[in-house]
Ligand binder design. Structure first.
Ligand code: DC
Length: 226
């Protein structure tokens, strides 16, 4: 039985920019605490993927057509994380692919899509403790979260980590430079959605290992455990 599950339900909100390690860290923290994890970015990606499966170029996408397509998305509790299903099946590769990544910022700017994602995420938190991650979990979605973390890291280091994950080897300086450029552009695209709550604890992970980040957040979570 987890410590958090035995007490009053708490929400741990982890926000931060692209490739700051939010989702992998959140998943690991949730595993350590024995609670579920929900990645709000996966829902924005799923709505985008669902709309891409339908017809029409992105420049003619309306909010209504994205929301209608999103009806094909379900978010079901897996072993640790809530998992996205598109038309009833997992579609992780599609969600992480370039087609979705190129269009997801556009979809994430649509207010009714944001309302749809926020409702799905709040449903996940009903009655049980949860770790949620995204850009606005500690501000728009769970302003009363027991613990709010905002993760940042130097763009060069975020680029290096992302390439190590993607390539499975040490990237060259040139490769990191290209990826850094991409990350800085994505930060700009997502800037309005990325909000650090006034009461969030800022953790700069540039010089931390993932295990160190997780240890810090787990210790903070235990301190607010009820
Ligand atoms: O974290 P990610 O790359 O999977 O996020 C996908 C997109 O969704 C990205 O454009 C940022 C956006 N997003 C958002 O606007 N609000 C959230 N809570 C989570 C993600």
């Amino acid at each position: 039985m987890s410590e958090l599950r035995a007490k009053r339900p708490v929400v741990i909100a982890i926000d931060g920019p692209a490739a700051s390690g939010k989702s992998s860290t959140s998943k690991w923290v949730a595993e350590r605490l024995g609670v579920h994890h929900a990645d709000s970015g996966a829902l924005y990606r799923a709505a985008t993927a669902a709309r891409l499966r339908a017809e029409g170029a992105p420049d003619v996408w309306t909010e209504q057509s994205v929301l209608a397509a999103a009806a094909a998305v379900t978010f079901v509790p897996g072993k640790t994380s809530f998992e996205v299903r598109l038309d009833g099946t997992a579609a992780d590769e599609e969600l992480r692919g370039a087609g979705v990544t190129d269009q997801v910022s556009l979809v994430a700017k649509m207010p009714s899509v944001r309302a749809w994602v926020n409702e799905r995420i709040r449903e996940c938190a009903l009655g049980s403790s949860i770790v949620v991650d995204g850009r606005d979990m500690g501000t728009a979605v769970f302003p009363d979260a027991a613990l709010k973390i905002f993760l940042i890291a130097d763009p060069w280091e975020r680029a290096r980590r992302r390439l190590v994950q993607r390539l499975g080897r040490s990237p060259s300086e040139d490769e990191i430079a290209v990826e850094t450029d991409d990350i800085v552009k994505r930060d700009a695209k997502d800037a309005t959605q990325t909000q650090q709550a006034a009461d969030a604890i800022l953790i700069d992970t540039t010089y931390l290992t993932q295990a160190e980040q997780v240890d810090r957040i787990v210790a903070l979570a235990r301190a607010v455990g009820g």
